[in-house]
Design a protein around this ligand. Structure first.
Ligand code: PGA
Length: 216
């Protein structure tokens, strides 16, 4: 599984480049800004980057999970570290969003992570963030690895992925400074990769997708 998180980047030009250059794969999920989802939904599996914890209401400026579903999303990223850091999303709120999103027919991808590099501390931090429902997809992203080119060792990733498996989570994804050089090795340790910056570069998406064999 390759999840492309465009963040607040990307426009109709990038949509066009994706459509022209990147073949469909059921293992490729594109998560653009909500305003671009409907443009991509006929060509790719699409996910939102966030949604509200209620299905509808007087919440000006927010995005309903029902609306994401209506414009063609099958997935939604929730609790990305940028949401937690800049928008004050708490563990409790993220879980609430995931439950509502699931009720609306979306598959939530819950992002969890820690500021720490110490495995014991990381597990303690993740325990607070993990949902009870082990059917959710979990994206493990060390906060210090996002947008930095700093990447944990394969042993670190392996330890956390195995620990997540012991907690009952079978769908585990790694994210944080994944690029065309490190993608294949990391993918041996989990079910998928979440890419940020690399998702904005068609060549990187193609190279990473090939190394993950998403078109085989
Ligand atoms: P990055 O971002 O790949 O640019 O480090 C990952 C993410 O934000 O999920």
């Amino acid at each position: 599984m390759l999840i492309c998180n465009w963040k607040m980047y990307g426009d109709l030009q990038l949509v066009g480049l994706y459509k022209k250059n990147i073949p469909y794969s059921q293992n490729l999920i594109v998560c653009p800004m909500a305003t671009l989802c409907s443009e991509l939904k006929d060509t790719f599996k699409v996910g939102g980057q966030n949604c509200h914890q209620e299905k509808e209401g007087a919440f000006t400026g927010e995005i309903s999970p029902l609306s994401l579903k209506e414009v063609g999303c099958e997935y939604v990223l929730l609790g990305h570290s940028e949401r937690r850091k800049y928008f004050g999303e708490t563990n409790e709120l993220v879980i609430k969003k995931a439950v509502t999103a699931k009720e609306c027919g979306l598959t939530p991808i819950i992002c969890v992570g820690s500021n720490s590099e110490d495995i014991v501390q990381i597990k303690q931090d993740l325990i607070q963030q993990l949902p009870q429902d082990s059917s959710f997809i979990i994206a493990y992203e060390p906060t210090w690895a996002i947008g930095t080119n700093k990447i944990p060792s394969l042993d670190h990733i392996d330890q956390i992925m195995q620990w997540l498996a012991n907690q009952g989570f079978s769908q585990k994804v790694y994210g944080g400074s994944v690029n065309s050089e490190n993608a294949q090795d990391i993918h041996q340790l989990c079910q998928g990769l979440l890419i940020g910056r690399a998702s904005l570069d068609i060549h990187s998406v193609l190279t990473i997708g090939k190394s993950l064999e998403i078109w085989n």
